[in-house]
Design a protein around this ligand. Structure first.
Ligand SMILES: [Ca+2]
Ligand SMILES: [Ca+2]
Length: 429
């Protein structure tokens, strides 16, 4: 080959290689552009990197001087299961505060999630706003987590427990506005949920459910205020050792409190106004319902359950105040059941309703005070005191405060010791 030809060939080869490289680089770059356009990249917060992370505003990871990451603006967009922030393997104290985490679309259609907390402990999320996400915060395999003073706006799930159990999670003073579930631990797999879950002093409005939790124990749900919800407000299934107290619920469309396969639950001192159902107890055991004030279509509904104590509740303006089917060992005492169509209804449909004991209640101005279509139940305490029925027509000839004739309920059921004056309820003089 001539020298000039060699040179020409070399120039051509270089040019071709250069074009290929240029095209390849261009392809890669354009792919990156495309991917960027398709999906946002999560901010990664890894425990082992916190000491040197530029995200950390100040702090050293101790209880009195936690690492603080603050004032982030995190837009999220893209396709399926995209997170704004992923926090993993944190063991030191970390506070994530004052940030806005939101999708760039006005709805939670794509699976866009705010913060994923994974395998971490001692993390606090404070004063953040989560908007238009399929989940605001997702928690998996974590412990000692505090979530307080945040705002969840139009998130399908506000706080979502995922896949594996977490331990000691406190959810305080947050507002959940719109969306589907405020706090949720539910799925097909067993084991999702939380040991020591506290949901206290939160506000829930315009959502479907405030709380829907499976597979959890040592649960406290207290002092929450709920308005304008579409579905069951507080639902606990396969849960034990739960206290549900001092919550206020108004303008709910379904059940206020619903238990399924739950045990050792106390529901006390709640106020429920409006809705279909106040307290629903299904396939549960050892449930104590006390000091509640309930105005719903059905005040309390108990089915297929064992050992339920209804003590000192006020139920009014119900279609049925207390409805019990296929259950045993239910005590109803010191309740005020008034202005309802049916006060108490017992029935057996499949299983027997037995061992129901009803005494020291006041039935006032109900259309039908009691119906007992079940088996052997007692409408008095067996030793001389029953209930006050304002429609009782008998007399008390010996002035012992007890009517001289039974107050019949039907052919085989009666209160043998009807009270002549209303039972003195706890707290009354
Ligand atoms: Ca009967
Ligand atoms: Ca008498």
């Amino acid at each position: 080959m001539e020298e000039s030809k060699k040179w020409r060939l070399a120039v051509v080869v270089v040019a071709v290689v250069g074009m290929v490289v240029f095209a390849a680089v261009g392809y890669v770059l354009s792919r990156e552009d495309d991917e960027e356009a398709q999906e946002s990249t999560p901010i990664s917060i890894v425990g082992s990197e916190l000491a040197t992370s530029s995200l950390v505003d100040h702090g050293s990871g101790t209880p009195s001087d936690p690492y603080v990451i603050t004032e982030l603006d995190v837009p999220i967009w893209g396709g399926y299961n995209v997170y704004g922030i992923v926090v993993s393997d944190v063991e030191d104290y970390l506070v994530l505060s004052g940030s806005l985490i939101h999708s760039t679309v006005d709805e939670y259609g794509p699976i866009l999630k705010g913060i994923r907390l994974y395998n971490s402990s001692k993390v606090t999320i404070l004063d953040c706003t989560f908007e238009d996400l399929s989940a605001g915060i997702e928690i998996e395999s974590c412990e000692n987590i505090n979530i307080s003073n945040n705002h969840f706006v139009d998130c399908f799930n506000g706080i979502n427990f995922n896949l594996y159990h977490s331990d000691d999670v406190s959810i305080y003073d947050n507002s959940f506005d719109g969306g589907g579930y405020g706090v949720v631990a539910s799925g097909w797999e067993d084991g999702i949920g939380c040991h020591q879950l506290s949901v206290i002093d939160n506000g829930f409005a315009r959502g479907a459910h405030a709380l829907w939790v499976d597979d959890s124990d040592v649960v406290t749900i207290a002092n929450n205020v709920v308005g304008h919800t579409e579905g069951t407000v507080f639902y606990l299934s396969y849960c034990s050792e739960a206290a549900v107290e001092a919550n206020t619920i108004w303008d709910a469309n379904a059940a206020a409190f619903s238990l399924f396969e739950a045990s050792k639950v106390a529901i006390r001192d709640n106020h429920v106004n409006a809705g279909n159902l106040g307290v629903v107890i299904v396939q549960s055991s050892s449930v104590n319902v006390s000091d509640n004030d309930i105005q719903t279509s059905t005040g309390m509904s108990i089915r297929n359950s064992i050992s339920v104590d209804l003590y000192h509740n006020f139920v009014s303006e119900a279609t049925t105040g207390v409805w019990i089917a296929d259950s045993k060992w239910v005590n109803i005492t010191y309740c005020d059941i008034s202005t309802s169509f049916v006060g108490i209804q017992l029935l057996s449909s499949g299983n027997d309703t037995t061992g129901v004991i009803v005494h020291h209640n006041n039935f006032m101005d109900d259309d039908i005070s009691a119906i007992d279509n079940s088996d052997v139940n007692k409408w008095d305490d067996g030793v001389g005191a029953g209930n006050f029925w304002n429609d009782y027509t008998g007399v008390d000839g010996n002035s012992d405060g007890i009517g001289d004739t039974p107050r019949e309920i039907d052919d085989d059921s009666a209160d043998r010791y009807p009270l002549m004056t209303p039972a003195l309820l706890p707290g009354e003089d």
